[in-house]
Design a protein around this ligand. Sequence first.
Ligand code: FAD
Length: 331
Amino acid sequence: MAHTNAVFVVAEAQNGGLATISAELLGAGRAIANALGGPLVAALVGHNVASLAAQLGELGADRVLVADDPLLADYQVESYAPLIGQSVRSLAPAAVLLGQTFTGRELGPRLAFDLETAVATDCVRLSVEGDRVVMAKPVYGGNAVAEYVVQTSPQVATLRARAFEPAAPQAGRRGEVEQLPVQLDPAALRARVVETVRAASTGGPNLKEARVIVAGGRGLGGPENWRHVEELAQALGAAVGATRAVTDAGWVPASLQVGLTGVTVSPDLYLTIGISGAVQHLAGITGAKNVVAINRDPEANIFKVARFGVVGDWKQVLPAFTRKVQELRGR
Ligand SMILES: Cc1cc2nc3c(=O)[nH]c(=O)nc-3n(C[C@H](O)[C@H](O)[C@H](O)COP(=O)(O)OP(=O)(O)OC[C@H]3O[C@@H](n4cnc5c(N)ncnc54)[C@H](O)[C@@H]3O)c2cc1C
């Protein structure tokens, strides 16, 4: 399909505000829109989200399309995809950007299919060559980065959380806000959300969005030692992560598992204790900016990716380290 130079971002709301990913999508979208010389358009779908439109303008959207309806309160691909698809069709943007989130990982491929184009998921870098967006994503468990160019239009990409610099709000900047007409037939929605069960909170920051993560592995020796990981995490204001060896053994809930078959994280600091650094674990931390490892085996694979490492028994290293952090942060 013939396309304009516009970039279309599918923003997300969360707990009555904008989800963190929205500012990251707008940051990435702005760079692409500038390179293509087109406008940046944001869409926001949900219920009671109209008041968030102005924030999207402050974050750099030139136009904001809002679909607000009680039937859109819960994300459902059957209601969201046609609505967003229709706007994308009429705007014919060069690129559509979504988050690699619960919503985006379903909506992105579905939109691409409906629009007879293709999607690159879990992208960590975008650039522009000519009138095409080059989308880069880690492959082979994070051991290589592949670059994709979608030949059809629009090019659809889902972006990994915390892989892109969020747009900084510019107070007073305004986007042109437009309400999208919503005509949904409740009977046409084949699924209904009956109950939402929140995962038990660890008390610390959300693992996927955390800037600092303390992760523990089998080297801790047993669930009775897990409190040492939590103590350090608490002292650092960090989230807690774990390897699959630990979650499979039932020491901690599976939701804390980082890696290929767990959560993908991109913290500034990822501190590991008793983790060997198996490729499946490392696949989840390719976006970590600094890895620090405590492991008693100098040959452990984790040291290949660690910026700083301590070769030693955690029982000797960790309590003193945690005490020092408590001391310094308590001051
Ligand atoms: C298909 C598939 C998918 C997988 N997905 C994932 C995934 O998503 N995430 C994941 O984590 N794993 C995953 N795995 C499992 C992965 O291969 C490893 O088995 C796992 O990551 C190992 O966890 P670990 O590092 O805690 O344990 P280990 O490999 O047993 O390492 C323990 C480390 O602790 C060190 N240690 C021991 N005692 C001490 C001490 N006192 N002080 C300091 N260091 C000590 C040891 O030297 C060792 O390096 C997957 C495997 C498969 C096959």
